[in-house]
Write a protein that binds this ligand. Structure first.
Ligand SMILES: [Fe+2]
Length: 305
């Protein structure tokens, strides 16, 4: 029943042109053929697309597309969602065909974050070539680690955390609680959960924060070399603020990712990193990290010290 990977993301954009420019010329994603004028697709590997960007009235992240191994796992996940009281809407055959999957359904978590669920590993044999010269995006053997990770907000943190574990089969990788109100016995702290569904350190992270106006806090893409990260960093700096740098280069303590953060045309950030930790989900004992980054990751909103 468990989710296997983060298969794709669905994004809404007022202007597909600015997403195209950002995706291809800054992030280095490969444009893919789209049957619809109001949808732009971008590839990272041999999947037909990893980014589905559709024209709309807002600039925002709409939903992660969670992949299941087969029909049996997909059906048992839908049954588990229904049993947990979540709405389940099955998409029709033409919608599934447009997403290039066998079957597609939609639901949401108890914080109201939308999600899509699917199975069917369709493959595009046109070789992936990055228009920005990125060597490769790290998605695991045959895409087994998914496209990266997504970070969502969950004001009702405990409920949402339990939902992803009990209903969709995620496992804890790293759990944290940050005490920002003095840390006394009356300080409840703010919860963070980094969850895995394959060897990638986390495919999903939840933060006990108010609902994000952009639909997500950030998503992460991993590239093949440190040079890929450095060159993308240069492209952001060269954009002279057109692509805002959200956090400087740094290294996270928990997933060991060397990365920086930039703002997408959707308002949410993309973390762009290299050398993330791969775990063995069978033997992993969850950690609690006392810090976020070993060095760097200075946020744009942080004051100079
Ligand atoms: Fe991240």
């Amino acid at each position: 029943m468990a989710v296997r990977s983060l298969g794709y993301v669905v994004i809404e954009a007022e202007d597909l042109g600015s997403w195209h420019d950002f995706a291809c010329n800054v992030a280095g994603l490969m444009p893919a053929a789209s049957d619809r004028e109001d949808v732009a697709l971008f590839r990272m590997d041999d999947r037909p697309f990893r980014f589905w960007v559709q024209k709309g009235e807002q600039n925002r992240f709409i939903a992660p597309g969670w992949e299941f191994a087969d029909q049996a796992d997909f059906e048992s996940a839908l049954a588990a969602l229904e049993a947990a009281g979540r709405p389940v809407e099955r998409a029709d055959v033409m919608e599934a065909r447009a997403r290039k999957v066998y079957e597609l359904a939609r639901s949401s978590d108890p914080a109201g974050n939308a999600m899509e669920l699917f199975y069917g590993r369709f493959v595009d044999y046109v070789p992936f070539v990055s228009p920005a010269g990125v060597s490769r995006f790290v998605t695991g053997e045959h895409g087994s680690m998914g496209l990266g990770h997504v970070v969502l907000t969950a004001p009702n943190f405990e409920e949402v955390h339990a939902f992803y574990k009990d209903v969709l089969g995620f496992g804890d990788t790293d759990l944290g609680r940050f005490y920002l109100m003095g840390g006394g016995p009356d300080d409840p702290g703010i919860g963070f959960a980094f969850l895995h569904c394959n060897g990638r350190h986390h495919s999903l992270a939840l933060g006990q924060m108010p609902e994000s106006p952009n639909g997500a806090v950030h998503m992460m893409l991993e590239v093949g070399t440190l040079e890929d990260v450095g060159r993308a960093y240069d492209r952001v700096l060269k954009s002279k603020g057109k692509v805002p740098l959200s956090a400087t280069l740094g290294r996270h303590v928990n997933d060991k990712m060397t990365s920086f953060y930039m703002q997408t045309p959707g308002g949410f950030d993309i973390e762009y990193g290299w050398d993330g930790l791969v775990i063995d989900p069978v033997t992993w004992t969850p950690t609690t990290s006392l810090a976020v980054s070993d060095w760097g990751h200075k946020w744009a909103h942080e004051k100079d010290d």
